[in-house]
Ligand binder design. Structure first.
Ligand code: SF4
Ligand code: SF4
Ligand code: SF4
Length: 295
């Protein structure tokens, strides 16, 4: 990873000093040692801050929404999941491909910062839950690729096993499970804010008129928020796992997202989101001869 870090710095230096881009979006070492935070570099002398290590979790594509006013191109580093986030935003007309310089990093899989807490550098650390079922560790869109492509490998089954358990439950039991989870939700909106598929300029939950969602924290409104969000990202979720990672109360949101992805792929064929910005999403199109009368 030191080699990738060096290549990142060299690439950023070249792009900024030649004027090809106005801003570089990457990661820098944070505090404590098992955190690597997003960083925004617009000066050549700052490129040494860039790093790539097992804690570069943040999907940087979401920040592109706030960078529309940058005068010039924006370069950003992307892992496989991040690159699908970029395609998500391009497909949703939130960013333009020609405004970006995308630097791909084949991703070896990240570590779990919660497991790293209390340990030291070099200790054995569990893999990140979000990387367990990663189907696309290699960037699917880039202008430059740093390093050799890596194979997709299964790193764990936690989320898959939870889905299997939920599928075996009776509807009432499943309802109880999710009610118990959403009862713990503090409606902080971290899951929405970090999500590249949640990219509406004005979220329905923030609207005062009409007020779709009250401010009180209760199970009914928490469920309304979560189910609305799950449906809004259905067929559009790029499986980055950031919503679950950001959730401060550890609600297993990826079990919900992945279950919906599995069902959509079963019904419409495998069409993972964020691979092709030209292709309409399965729930974003219809056929005139659709057997469903409503259409
Ligand atoms: S989900 Fe895949 S691409 Fe994303 S960080 Fe994990 S292994 Fe890397
Ligand atoms: S719903 Fe979660 S996994 Fe899907 S795109 Fe949004 S943050 Fe990523
Ligand atoms: S991040 Fe977790 S606690 Fe916050 S709104 Fe989302 S599900 Fe609720």
């Amino acid at each position: 990873m030191k080699e990738i870090t060096q290549k990142m710095r060299d690439t950023a230096r070249e792009l900024l000093s030649s004027g090809q881009v106005a801003l570089v979006l990457g990661w820098e070492k944070g505090y404590p040692w098992y955190k690597s935070a997003p960083t925004f570099i617009d000066k050549v002398e700052d490129v040494e801050r860039l790093v790539f290590d097992e804690f570069c979790h943040n999907n940087l594509s979401k920040y592109l929404l706030d960078l529309a006013a940058v005068d010039g191109k924006v370069a950003l580093f992307v892992k496989g999941c991040d690159s699908r986030g970029v395609n998500r935003l391009i497909q949703d007309n939130q960013v333009k491909r020609e405004q970006l310089y995308i630097i791909g990093i084949p991703c070896p899989g990240l570590k779990d910062p919660d497991d790293a807490a209390g340990k030291n550098w070099g200790d054995e650390i569990n893999g990140a839950v979000k990387c367990q079922d990663c189907r696309f560790p290699n960037p699917v869109v880039y202008d430059l690729l740093l390093g050799e492509k890596v194979p997709a490998v299964e790193r764990g089954r936690e989320t898959r096993e939870l889905i299997e358990r939920l599928e075996k439950m009776k509807p009432d039991e499943r309802y109880e499970f999710w009610a118990g989870q959403f009862n713990r939700c503090i409606r902080c909106y971290a899951c929405r804010n970090i999500c590249p598929a949640c990219n509406c300029r004005e979220c329905v939950f923030d609207r005062a008129v009409p007020e779709w969602l009250g401010k009180a924290n209760n199970l009914v409104e928490n469920q309304f928020m979560q189910l609305t969000r799950a449906i809004h990202v259905a067929g559009r979720c790029i499986e980055c796992g950031e919503c679950e990672r950001a959730c401060p109360v550890n609600i297993p949101l990826m079990a919900l997202n992945r279950k919906i992805i599995n069902d959509i792929e079963e019904l419409f064929g495998e069409e993972p989101a964020g691979l092709d910005p030209e292709k309409k999403t399965p729930l974003g199109r219809f056929e005139l001869d659709d057997p469903e009368k409503f259409m």
